[in-house]
Write a new protein. Structure first.
Length: 366
């Protein structure tokens, strides 16, 4: 089955679909540095480094160019005031990213689409925005008489054997009839468990990063021997793995981290911290899951991202493992870009499950 990945980022969604046997035909990413990471990890994919407006208006994709379209329009666009939603949500310029996603689905008419977004989208403007998005995809008059049945679901990373408390909203659109989603979900889970019994097992921070040695200046380390099922699942056959470099923290930040125990945060410091994050200067615990990995996992004030034992924040490789990226996935760019790439990505284990779920949906109708 052929896939187009819109708003592709570094490729978390694509990786899971590729692992499930799909052919990623094309990907769109506006940031050239992030696109470089995507291209190097998915060398056979045609990557379009372009704005979605350009892709939409030039008709880059046409009828049946893909069986599945995946991607998540950034939620910043969903900003229309409640009273005006029904009259013109799709045409409001603030929602242009969603409109381009919708238009490409309309042009390609894939059998299915997967749209990922923050969990909070369901409650924006009292739920009116979310309802309108679903309505648009189910309105045949907006889609040349070929509407989609839309199935929203909240996915929780911990339920997919991922050591973080990330939650995301997934919209699955399917064109060829109504489905018993609960049955398909359970069947997919049973199939994966029969092949990989530990796939959904609950894992913690130690399970994910406990075998990683000390950091290095260039981030390259000898490939460590896996010690847990989760590490084995993500392991690489390469002699070295990369991106295991620590952030440079100020002397003041290091002194603060020294005073933070496992499970504590800035409130243990008894001083004023300039941060809007309630978990600022939080230290992780080996036996627990991490909070959502964000684009600021490399910053002590950015949240609960201090290593369980060391006075530093997570390295990109540690954050990537907590996101369920395999060890042979390499991130390119400067420190800030790499943090954005990892923090904004869809965990590949979730993507893999969704890819398998769509296979079952498709096979059940054919």
């Amino acid at each position: 089955m052929k896939v187009i990945d819109l708003f592709a980022g570094c490729g978390g969604l694509s990786l899971g679909f590729r692992q499930a046997g799909y052919s990623i035909e094309a990907a769109v990413e506006i940031d050239p540095v992030i696109a470089d990471t995507y291209m190097r990890n998915h060398p056979t994919v045609e990557v379009m480094v372009a704005d979605m407006k350009q892709i939409d208006r030039t008709g880059a994709f046409g009828y049946r160019d893909a069986d599945v379209i995946i991607g998540g329009p950034p939620c910043q666009g969903f900003s229309m005031a409640g009273a005006r939603i029904r009259r013109g949500f799709i045409d409001d310029p603030r929602n242009y990213l969603f409109k381009h996603y919708f238009n490409i689905v309309k042009a390609v008419k894939p059998a299915a689409f997967v749209m990922e977004n923050v969990k909070g989208i369901a409650s924006m403007q009292g739920g009116k925005i979310f309802s309108e998005i679903i309505r648009l995809f189910q309105d045949g008059s907006m889609l040349d008489g070929e509407p989609y049945y839309v199935y929203p679901c909240v996915v929780r990373a911990v339920e997919f054997g991922i050591p973080q408390k990330r939650e995301r909203m997934i919209l699955i659109g399917y064109r060829d009839g109504r489905l018993d989603m609960d049955s398909l979900w359970n069947r997919t889970k049973a199939q994966i468990e029969s092949e990989e019994p530990s796939f959904f097992a609950r894992v913690n921070i130690y399970d994910a990063i406990g075998n990683l040695p000390g950091t290095t200046a260039d981030g390259k380390i000898a490939n460590p021997r896996p010690q847990t099922d989760y590490q084995r699942y993500l392991s690489s056959s390469r002699e070295q793995i990369t991106n295991h470099t620590r952030s440079r923290h100020s002397k003041l930040a290091v002194e603060r981290m020294k005073r933070i125990s496992n499970g504590q945060n800035y409130t243990a410091l008894d001083e004023k911290i300039n941060s809007v994050h309630s978990g600022a200067y939080g230290r992780l615990c080996w036996e627990e899951q991490a909070p959502t990995i964000t684009t600021r996992f490399d910053t002590p004030a950015g949240g609960r991202f201090i290593h369980p034992d060391e006075n530093r924040t997570l390295t990109p490789r540690e954050a990537a493992r907590i996101q369920s990226f395999s060890d042979d996935y390499v991130f390119y760019g400067d420190k800030r870009s790499i943090s954005r790439q990892i923090g904004n990505a869809v965990p590949p284990k979730i993507s893999y499950f969704l890819a398998r779920l769509l296979q079952n949906m498709y096979e059940g109708q054919n």
